[in-house]
Design a protein around this ligand. Structure first.
Ligand code: ADP
Ligand code: ZN
Length: 669
């Protein structure tokens, strides 16, 4: 379509937002009649043609002779209003240009959109018939499901915490709400914290609904992304299962969002646009006037607080489904276990492993540390092998026969001589990673059939599924793994869980350390005893009196949460205040520090705002960049995004320096 001639005095313009991290969009001369908001259009952009989205009327502040006209309107349904408002909301809240959010909505490269054509229509996405085979629910489950269905039937915003112990059947219960939304003819989005979990859940949901959910995550091929994007935007894909990025897709008619394992910190995106997937899911539901269900056995303190404040509804499942009971927890006090040097598995764990195998049951050893050893040092001079680009030790991996940095791509073979003292063959591995635990198992229990499960030993969701199948087929006795195996899996014959280092997450400067450790260990423990045979969980710890260990031992989550909330309140930490961090990084330490100081000097002086720093970030060097951190603490009613936008917007810094704002930080590195 060609732009219609317009009067040179007052030409009608539209503002077009481009999927680029620049400004708030550009004015273009409109065609006649003006395209409606949300329409995808081609526009001239310098010497190129770009694709943008009509965002509203032009601002009228561009001289008429400088205006260029919009080009071809793209034959595609306009982005719905809820999606456009979501873009603006997230951009504002995260202090990010809206174009960067639009880029997430458009799902990647622009040429994907150009590739849209009739050939992509009429695929299997049109499948809408539900071939349901719902299980019969227990009375407790039925009651919970009815409450969730009621929230779907209300066709209005609500947030509900589905709070059920591990194995209580949360998936079966929220599936009832999904069915209700699908029967309304609307779309449903289920968010998961890890891609590795999708394969198992897809199969389960496909069996339940007779309809395969559409996937959305970073491991799709280009073609799958394009097909899925268009199917979702057209409304043909009704049932979507995805990682946090799926939240930004332009759903034609979204009717329900489920956030599974809502407490997971991996919902926080830490790079590019920094946002929390769970929190933004609640925002998206609110803007779309639809219900959101947050499911967890160990809800986050933030969510619990919202329940207590009456903002979220609370639906509880107290019992495991069927004959399963909650596992028995034992603390193994490592101060009293006299273990030989280089051994990390205590006698009670070895005994329990033998016992499990002897009775044809299965076991899991958990250690949240990939690789063989977290630290390699020279016994001659004490030199520790460190990444040349990051403030972190190099981690030995037997699998690759190399030392790896877990924060960048750097790796190197184990050197013969110490780089510091030149003495040869004196390197010692310090502490265990899961590969070392596997070695110890092989040595001490040679007949056990085991596999390692960690993000670097799995190639995507399918590889996780292979291990799950091997467990189901009893080809394995034992899984040794990191947090990736703690989530969502259901192994009916798994009765014994051993945690190698229950104290691991407790040190460091993270205000959520206790909460996270509790959640993680509770999730790990929850893998055991999910069928008829009772589960046993062993936690190896040097701090058996720590409130986290005591809460796990006594199974008293609510008392622990209450104590944690009191502590957060007394330190004015979230959810009782707002935090934001500003990370200033650059290749040159001096220059980065100068910018950080300049930002601090320009800080607005407000009583309700406290500024800490700048100080070197705990990761003072990351991927070769020197990092300084400023931390802001504000009362809950302070509009931090507005303050930050005005404050940082008035400053300038060299291009090589990067200033990143992290609202509601989860990482304190
Ligand atoms: P959660 O997510 O709460 O840990 P799941 O939804 O994974 O629990 O349920 C645990 C196991 O119990 C699964 O194998 C599930 O299929 C089974 N289950 C739960 N509720 C029922 C039910 N009403 N009928 C049959 N099986 C059920
Ligand atoms: Zn590194």
């Amino acid at each position: 379509m060609n732009p219609a001639p317009t009067s040179p005095k007052n030409p009608p313009t539209v503002r077009v937002l481009l999927p680029l991290p620049l400004g708030d969009g550009y004015d273009y001369l409109s065609s006649q009649p003006a395209p409606e908001a949300g329409t995808l259009v081609e526009v001239p952009l310098g010497k190129k043609i770009g694709i943008g989205v009509v965002w509203g009327d032009g601002g009228g502040d561009v001289a008429a002779e400088k205006l260029k006209a919009i080009g071809r309107l793209i034959d595609h349904p306009p982005l719905p209003e809820a999606t456009r408002r979501f873009v603006d909301w997230v951009a504002h809240y995260t202090v990010t240009p809206p174009g960067a959010i639009l880029k997430m909505v458009l799902g990647g490269k622009l040429r994907e959109l150009k590739a849209k054509d009739a050939a992509l229509g009429g695929t299997a996405f049109g499948e809408t018939a539900l071939g349901e085979t719902p299980p019969a629910l227990s009375p407790e489950q039925r009651d919970a499901a009815n409450q969730l269905i009621a929230s779907v039937d209300a066709r209005a915003f609500s947030a509900t915490l589905l709070d059920g112990v591990t194995g209580s059947g949360k998936t079966e219960v929220y599936s009832e709400a999904i069915a209700a939304a699908l029967r309304q003819g609307r779309q449903v989005l289920v968010l998961l914290p890890e891609i590795a979990m999708t394969a198992a859940l897809i199969d389960r949901l496909t069996a339940r609904f007779g309809m395969r959910p559409i996937e959305w995550h970073s491991e799709l091929t280009e073609k799958q992304r394009r097909l899925n994007w268009h199917a979702i935007a057209r409304g043909d894909a009704r049932f979507v299962l995805g990682a946090r990025s799926a939240l930004f897709l332009p759903y034609a008619d979204l009717g329900l969002i489920v956030v599974d394992e809502e407490h997971e910190a991996s919902y926080k995106q830490e790079e590019g646009v920094i946002y929390h997937g769970r929190d933004m899911a609640v925002v998206r539901a609110s803007l779309g006037a639809i219900p959101v269900i947050l499911a967890s056995a160990t809800p986050s303190l933030e969510t619990m607080h919202n329940v207590q404040q009456g903002k979220y509804r609370h639906v509880i499942l107290r019992r495991r489904y069927g004959k399963a009971s909650m596992p028995a927890i034992k603390l193994v006090d490592l101060r009293e276990e006299k273990m030989p040097a280089q051994n990390f598995i205590s006698a009670p764990l070895i005994e329990a492993l033998q016992q499990a195998v002897a009775t044809q049951q299965q076991a899991m050893l958990f250690l949240n540390r990939r690789g063989y050893a977290p630290l390699t040092l020279c016994r001659a001079c004490g030199h520790r092998l460190q990444c040349p680009h990051c403030s972190s030790w190099l981690i030995e991996h037997k699998r690759t026969k190399k030392l790896h940095c877990h924060h960048c791509d750097y790796n190197m073979p184990l050197p013969k001589a110490c780089p510091s003292c030149r003495v040869e063959d004196k390197f010692a591995a310090c502490g265990p990673g899961i590969e070392r635990i596997a070695e110890e198992v092989k040595h001490r229990l040679p007949d056990i059939r085991f596999a390692i499960m960690a993000s670097d030993t799995l190639d995507g969701p399918k590889a996780a599924q292979v291990l799950v199948d091997q467990m189901d087929n009893r080809e394995l006795d034992l899984l040794i793994g990191t947090q990736i195996m703690a989530k969502g899996y259901h192994f009916p014959r798994l009765t014994m869980v051993g945690v190698i280092d229950a104290d691991l997450g407790l040190s460091g400067g993270d205000p959520r350390a206790a909460e996270r450790t509790f959640q993680l260990l509770q999730q790990v423990a929850g893998r055991s005893g999910r069928s008829e045979d009772a589960g046993h969980v062993f936690l190896q710890t040097y701090a058996p009196q720590h409130p986290v260990m005591q809460a796990l031992l006594k199974g008293d989550r609510d008392a622990f949460m209450k104590a944690e909330l009191r502590e957060r309140e007394s330190y004015r930490l979230p959810p009782f205040s707002r935090l934001a961090s500003i990370i200033v990084s650059g290749p040159d330490s001096r220059q980065a520090l100068d910018v950080a100081n300049q930002i601090a000097a320009a800080a607005p002086r407000l009583d309700a705002l406290r500024l800490l720093g700048p100080a070197p970030a705990p990761f003072a060097i990351l991927r070769g960049r020197h990092r300084y951190r400023l931390m802001l603490q504000a009362a809950r009613n302070v509009a931090l995004p507005v303050i930050l936008r005005d404050w940082l917007g008035a400053l300038k810094w060299p291009r090589s320096v990067k200033v990143q704002v992290d609202i509601d930080p989860y990482s304190f590195l």
